[in-house]
Design a protein around this ligand. Structure first.
Ligand code: GDP
Ligand code: GDP
Length: 458
């Protein structure tokens, strides 16, 4: 079983060109003149060893007739329904156009799993589009050139975990000769193929208890893929429902084990945690209460923050701790001192072994995810900015007055904000921190890896 990738986007962004590259044949018709009628096209796609089915939605005429919008929508919707994941392409040379936003809205409404790609990205002109593309709220864009084959490595990196998920799913779906399968059983494990499970990664030092934790979660909750935990133990990720929330849990311990099988341990052990972090929405950094905040823990927590992931700190083996109150105080103090960049992120004590604290961990994950997705209206932001400026005006370095005029949220996941200001280069880091901390406190976004950009406006 392979997954299906749909190439979507407005006409002329390069869908057919990419289709040809992925399929490796001149199956699709490429034409510089928009206007050639085409329909959905399917072919066997491949990047390196990753195989999938690719659907090309090129086929939209740039005719000015009334039905264009409707046909465009229909075709895209059909492709989205057929696909497991959509590669949404924009043209990096011309930037984000209103027509692109129409597609972004369709994808959002359909709850599609989207990979954003800025095509024709070979030139310098693309730099601006890359920044603009974040504002679509669809995550980090991949810069590529379908024509010149650039960005295929990045695309491969994003597709690989997906491909592994589908292999795993296929394994779980394989008929088991020992077990009678009843299709009508309403309690039978469900595999949601549409809609997106919350993606979490459990990372931490070896022996922190990652596997114990994941097995506990799976053991206590309904397992959606894999008939038994034994199978999923070797897998890259497991699908489960935790407190009624569908979740895909990336298991770095499992990755190591798998890597060992493939005899690529050395190469993968460095990057397995990183990969889990890159693919997750919420990262649980699991610490061992006996040796918390080790170098390795700090590195992975910092990495998760820099990658813009929502972070939850789990302190495991809490059952072994005698002096819980003092220990908790000490942990909070260390957390604040060693990881200031994660200020306000939840710290939850758990015992993977007994299951105590798992409900609180689940709630912390949901809350962190919620914060990560938070959207603040421009009106709210500007009222807030006015207050912040009054309370503590920016300094006037060298007598130059810094005037901050306007703030807007340009993205979520994580929340990203732009403040239009005069002399952005003169604004001290401390003032930026004041604004970021203000955003966190005033809009209830504790622990969120907030991105703040100052942009020049005279
Ligand atoms: P579609 O309408 O989205 O299917 O777009 P096509 O694949 O037909 O491409 C439209 C035009 O863009 C063609 O002239 C392609 O040669 C050109 N094109 C596609 N990809 C790239 C790229 O990466 N760089 C540049 N410069 N041109 C590209
Ligand atoms: P991993 O390398 O992070 O996957 O760690 P494991 O899940 O393999 O756990 C390492 C060891 O810690 C095992 O011996 C577990 O039984 C033990 N362990 C894990 N969680 C707990 C816990 O909550 N309490 C106690 N006392 N031991 C635990």
């Amino acid at each position: 079983m392979t997954f299906t990738l749909a190439l979507v986007g407005r006409p002329n962004v390069g869908k057919s060109t990419l289709f040809n590259r992925l399929v490796g044949k001149k199956l699709a018709l490429v034409d510089d003149q928009p206007g050639v009628t085409r329909d959905l096209r399917e072919g066997p796609g491949r990047i390196a060893d990753i195989k999938f089915t690719v659907i090309d939605t090129a086929g939209l005429e740039m005719a000015t007739d009334e039905s264009l919008q409707g046909r465009m929508r229909k075709l895209t919707e059909r492709a989205v329904e057929m696909a497991d994941v959509c590669l949404f392409m924009i043209d990096a040379r011309v930037g984000v156009l209103p027509a692109d936003r129409v597609f972004a809205d369709i994808l959002r409404k359909k709850n599609a799993h989207v990979i954003l790609a800025a095509n024709k990205g070979e030139g310098k002109a693309a730099d601006v589009t890359i920044l603009e593309a974040y504002a679509l709220g669809l995550g980090e864009p991949i810069r590529m050139s379908a024509e010149h084959g650039e960005g295929m490595g990045e695309l491969m990196d994003v597709l690989r975990p997906l491909s592994e998920q589908f292999e795993e799913r296929a394994m779980a779906d394989a008929p088991d000769t020992d077990v009678a399968v009843d299709d009508e059983d309403p309690d039978a494990p469900r595999v949601p193929t549409k809609g997106k499970p919350l993606q979490i990664a459990v990372v931490g030092r070896p022996n922190a208890g990652k596997s114990t934790l994941i097995n506990k979660i799976i053991g206590e909750e309904r397992l959606l893929t894999g008939p038994e935990a034994g199978i999923t133990r070797d897998a890259i990720s497991v699908m489960t429902e935790w407190g009624d929330v569908p979740m895909r849990i990336f298991d770095t311990a499992g990755m190591r084990k798998k890597a060992r099988i493939n005899e690529k341990l050395e190469k993968l052990s460095v990057s397995d945690g990183l990969r889990a972090v890159k693919f997750a929405e919420v990262v649980v950094v699991l610490l061992d209460v006996d040796i918390p905040f080790e170098q390795q823990d700090l590195r992975i927590a910092d990495l998760a923050e820099r990658e813009g992931r929502a972070v939850v700190i789990g302190v495991n083996k809490w059952d072994t701790e005698d002096d819980k109150q003092d220990k908790l105080r000490e942990l909070r103090e260390e957390f604040a001192r060693l990881l200031p960049q994660l200020r306000g992120a939840p710290l939850v004590t758990v015992s993977a072994k007994t299951g105590k604290g798992l409900d609180r961990l689940q709630q912390a994950i949901m809350k962190a995810y919620d914060v990560w997705n938070r959207r603040v209206t421009t009106a709210q932001l500007n009222r807030w900015l006015t207050g912040m400026l009054e309370q503590h005006p920016p300094p006037a370095p060298g007598g130059k007055r810094i005037k901050m005029r306007y703030a807007t949220q340009v993205k979520t996941r994580p929340p990203g904000f732009v403040v239009m200001t005069s002399h952005p280069d003169l604004v001290p880091e401390s003032y930026k921190r004041y604004l970021v901390n203000g955003l966190r406190d005033d809009f209830d976004m504790p622990g969120a890896p907030i991105r703040l950009t100052l942009r020049d406006q005279g």
